[in-house]
Design a protein. Structure first.
Length: 295
């Protein structure tokens, strides 16, 4: 054994128990494998060193600084703003004034983003649907169908289409009540979107609305589970073409409440759903016939 081999063997030995040492890369520590003594620490810290990047795509993935890019920000670029009142340079003041004048596209997007955020907050729509609605609105802007039309109406129509596409429990009347645009205008904008992009209509699943209205009526989880079973049984044995989901949900909830001996009137349920009592009774009788037929 040479001098170098003796030195390496001594270096890899523990001074306490003469056991072999192990180097832990993640912590940068040299530890005895037998007694656990930490001989050297913080030799090399690799916990914060990212993966090596060789291509352009790998370098883009390795970037971990700056704000999170989101389409819900009007200006996602990093920029510096200079206060016009803090400079005495006339030329600089003129440049600041010119840059402060927004273009038609920027003003349009600022209004649209603010309206999408407001509607989504009031209707409790999740963030991924907000982003999807804004991307669809930008698609409408590029298609040049916004000129001469209401921004609020198009925003409401885009948000409603995305909710229907993702099967999120929001009715058109809910968006109309929260929007500052008129009902006829929103319906017209929605029709334009369907025709322009040749979009397919999406059927609303009534079962998705049950938890929402059960919570609003203050009913128990047992009634919610029974209502879902009743409604699924009805949907499996009968076609619901032409029937509004609100009426089906109201009739199923009323039947489940009666089966659980919960006292709740048809008037209270109809007012909460925004439908007539005669509609509730009609859907209730239809569901009851189907349930009896299946049994």
């Amino acid at each position: 054994m040479g001098i170098i081999d003796k030195f390496c063997d001594t270096y890899n030995r523990c001074p306490e128990c003469d056991g072999y040492t192990v180097f832990i890369v993640e912590k940068g520590e040299t530890v005895c494998s037998q007694c656990g003594l930490i001989i050297f620490e913080r030799e090399l810290d690799l916990t914060h060193s990212g993966k090596r990047a060789f291509t352009v795509k790998e370098k883009e993935k390795s970037i971990n600084y700056g704000w999170i890019r989101t389409p819900l920000l009007a200006d996602i670029e990093l920029c510096s703003k200079i206060n016009r009142n803090e400079t005495n340079d006339f030329n600089l003041q003129r440049v600041i004034k010119r840059n402060s004048i927004y273009s038609w596209k920027t003003r349009n997007m600022l209004i649209a983003i603010a309206e999408i955020k407001r509607l989504s907050y009031n209707l409790k729509i999740p963030a991924h649907l907000k982003s999807e609605a804004l991307m669809f609105y930008k698609k409408c802007y590029k298609a040049n169908i916004l000129r001469g039309r209401s921004i609020m109406g198009m925003v409401a129509a885009c948000l409603y289409y995305v909710c229907r596409k993702m099967n999120y429990p929001v009715f058109l009347i809910d968006i109309i009540n929260e929007s500052s645009s008129k009902k006829e205008l929103i319906k017209k904008c929605y029709t334009i979107l369907i025709k322009k992009f040749n979009l397919n209509g999406f059927n609303i699943d009534p079962v998705k609305f049950i938890p929402r209205y059960i919570a609003e009526l203050g009913l128990s989880i047992e009634i919610e589970q029974l209502t879902i079973k009743i409604l699924k049984c009805y949907l499996d044995g009968f076609k619901v073409n032409g029937k509004h989901p609100k009426g089906l949900c109201a009739g199923a909830i009323y039947l489940a409440a009666k089966l659980n001996y919960v006292k709740i009137t048809q008037k209270i349920i109809a007012e909460r759903f925004g439908i007539a009592e005669i509609t509730l009774r009609a859907r209730y009788k239809e569901i009851l016939k189907i349930i009896k037929f299946n049994n």
